[in-house]
Every structure is written in C-alpha cells, then in structure tokens.
Design a protein around this ligand. Structure first.
Ligand code: HEC
Ligand code: HEC
Ligand code: HEC
Ligand code: HEC
Length: 123
C-alpha cells in the first residue's frame, strides 16, 4: 500500500516536473493571458507578476508569505471557510504552505486527499 503510494507520487512528481519545465522553458506566462488556473483570477483582479514574485522577471515560486500579505493569516482564511467540514485551513497539519494545495499557474491539488476521502475541491 505505502509502496504503491510512493511509486504513484514519484510518477506524478516526474510528470509535473516535465510539464512545468516544458511550459516555462518555452515562455513564461505573459501578463493578461489566461491559463485556466488561479492566475486568471489574480490577473482579472488587476494584479501583475510582482504582486507575488519578488524578483523581476519571476524566476522561482514565491513562498507562503507572498499569499498571506493579501489574504491574511491562516486563522483569517480559516474564518472564511469555517462552514466547511472539515475546514481545509484549520486541520491537524497546522499552517502548512499554501502551495500544498493551491497552485497559481497549474492545477491545484488537495493535500488531505493523500490520506482522506473528503469532498474537498481546491480552487
Ligand atoms: C498570485 C500570485 C502569483 C502571481 C500574480 C504570479 N505568479 Fe508566478 N508563480 C506563483 C506561484 C505560487 C508559483 C509556483 C508554481 C505554482 O504554484 O503555480 C509561480 C511560479 C512561476 C514561475 C516558475 C518558477 C519555477 O518554479 O521554475 C514563473 C516563471 C512565473 N511564476 C512567472 C510569472 C509571471 C510572468 C507572472 C505575471 C504574469 C506571474 N508569475 C504571476 C505565483 C504567482
Ligand atoms: C496582491 C494581493 C494578492 C496576492 C499576493 C495573492 N492574492 Fe490571491 N487573490 C487576490 C485577489 C484580489 C483575488 C480575487 C478576489 C478574491 O477572490 O478574493 C484573489 C483570489 C484568490 C483565491 C480565490 C479563488 C476563488 O476561487 O475564489 C485563492 C484561492 C487565492 N487567491 C490564493 C492565493 C495564493 C495561494 C497566493 C500566493 C501564491 C495568493 N492568492 C496571492 C489577491 C492576492
Ligand atoms: C489543505 C489544502 C489547502 C491549503 C493548504 C490552503 N488552502 Fe485555501 N482553500 C482550500 C480549499 C479546499 C478551498 C475551497 C473552500 C471552499 O470553497 O469552501 C480554499 C479556499 C481558499 C480561498 C477562498 C476563500 C473564500 O471562500 O473566500 C482563499 C483566499 C484561500 N483558500 C487562500 C489560501 C491561502 C492564502 C493559503 C495558505 C496560507 C491556503 N489557502 C492554504 C484548500 C487549501
Ligand atoms: C499523512 C496523512 C494525513 C494527511 C495528509 C491528513 N490527515 Fe487528517 N488524519 C490522519 C490520521 C492518521 C488521522 C487520525 C485517524 C483517523 O481518525 O482517521 C486523521 C484525522 C483527521 C480528522 C479527524 C477524523 C475524521 O476523519 O473526521 C480530520 C477532520 C482530519 N484528519 C482532517 C484533515 C484535513 C482537513 C487534512 C488536510 C488539510 C488532513 N486531515 C490531512 C492523517 C492525515
């Protein structure tokens, strides 16, 4: 069981790495262009690359602090999703990186699904 999970994760990781390398080695996402992911909502809200990326041009994934400066602390966000059972922002895992679930330029994932089968869809 554990072994199967590990292999599946390894394969998933490799595919993600290949896709990411492929996409970004071709061309970085241009301002104003949609990708069907969370980047669209941020661009629609008028944000540019430097809203999240400290360096210009963007070169690496920003950390959680880049997200909390606008969206507030974990407890602020947990209050907004308090109606969710379980609350994705208040769990026994504590304040894990936003990127455990939310991605900006690629499909988001639900970290909890590694171990649980909740009806939870990460935007
Ligand atoms: C809302 C925050 C946010 C905005 C705005 C944003 N990014 Fe990103 N960017 C991220 C995150 C988070 C990652 C890590 C990969 C992911 O989760 O999608 C990333 C990764 C990247 C990477 C890949 C770095 C690596 O891991 O190799 C590039 C290049 C990039 N962004 C370029 C841009 C450009 C160009 C813009 C402006 C059009 C932009 N980003 C706007 C959050 C953002
Ligand atoms: C400069 C401010 C800013 C930063 C930095 C920022 N966001 Fe946002 N985010 C917004 C705005 C504005 C919206 C659109 C309005 C809303 O839904 O709140 C939004 C929307 C969202 C949504 C809601 C999407 C939905 O379906 O309702 C999520 C999730 C999100 N951001 C996650 C992130 C993550 C993760 C990061 C860090 C990589 C991040 N944001 C960085 C301002 C920001
Ligand atoms: C365990 C996965 C997970 C992690 C980690 C996570 N989120 Fe979420 N997030 C979700 C899910 C699932 C939803 C959708 C909740 C819903 O639709 O009721 C969500 C919704 C949101 C929203 C929209 C809330 C609203 O209804 O107004 C924002 C903003 C957001 N997340 C930001 C963040 C930020 C910032 C972080 C890191 C500090 C973070 N999230 C960490 C899973 C996660
Ligand atoms: C590495 C595995 C793992 C991950 C990832 C994980 N959990 Fe758990 N979780 C457990 C274990 C083990 C228990 C305790 C045994 C049980 O009660 O099922 C538990 C118990 C729970 C419980 C109480 C029991 C229940 O099922 O109602 C909740 C609620 C919960 N987790 C929510 C979450 C949420 C939300 C996430 C994602 C933010 C998450 N867990 C991620 C392993 C995990």
């Amino acid at each position: 069981m554990r072994r199967t999970h590990a292999v599946a994760l390894l394969i998933f990781g490799s595919i993600t790495a290949v896709l990411t390398t492929h996409v970004y080695s071709q061309s970085p996402p241009a301002p104003g262009t949609g990708h069907g992911f969370l980047i669209d909502k941020h661009i629609a809200a008028g944000l540019n690359c430097s809203a999240c990326h400290a360096e210009s041009p963007p070169a690496k994934a920003p950390d959680t602090a880049a997200c909390t400066k606008c969206h507030g602390s974990y407890s602020d966000i947990a209050a907004k999703t308090a109606q969710d059972q379980p609350n994705p922002h208040a769990s026994h895992l504590g304040d894990i990186p936003c990127a455990s679930c939310h991605h900006i330029h690629q499909a988001s994932v639900t970290y909890c699904a590694q171990c649980h089968n909740f009806d939870m869809k990460t935007p």
